[in-house]
Write a new protein. Sequence first.
Length: 147
Amino acid sequence: MKKITIYTIALLPLTILTGCTSIDVRPVSKIHNISHVCIENNPKVVVANFTTIVADVFQDHGITTKMYNAPVPNKCEYKLTYTALRSWDFKPYLSHAELRLFKKNKRIGYAEYHITGGSISFSLKKWASVKKKMTPVINKLLAQYKK
């Protein structure tokens, strides 16, 4: 019994400091040969620099972007919609984000980032920058496109 208590006490800080991050990505196939994406502005998103970071990572993969207010013009073959939520724990942090990439009205790619545990998570990673959180997620989404 004493050994179990000692192990529990020894492992407790590790479980407290490890937060769970969930990433779900359905990558875009290379067959689409995407060179430009229209991003549909989501005015409800208040996460600073979110769309700039998304556009920069797309550019890193050789894909140009342009922001449009809804509805995106019909001339846009590929459209990206997004949502991003911030939570508070001493300071704001990105807690959830979703990207959906469409060819016309058919979804061809999806990426989701989510911190589980919310404000009760003691992981210091939750305060990482939006760029640090979203770059690997978008890289997985666009893995088949040059970098």
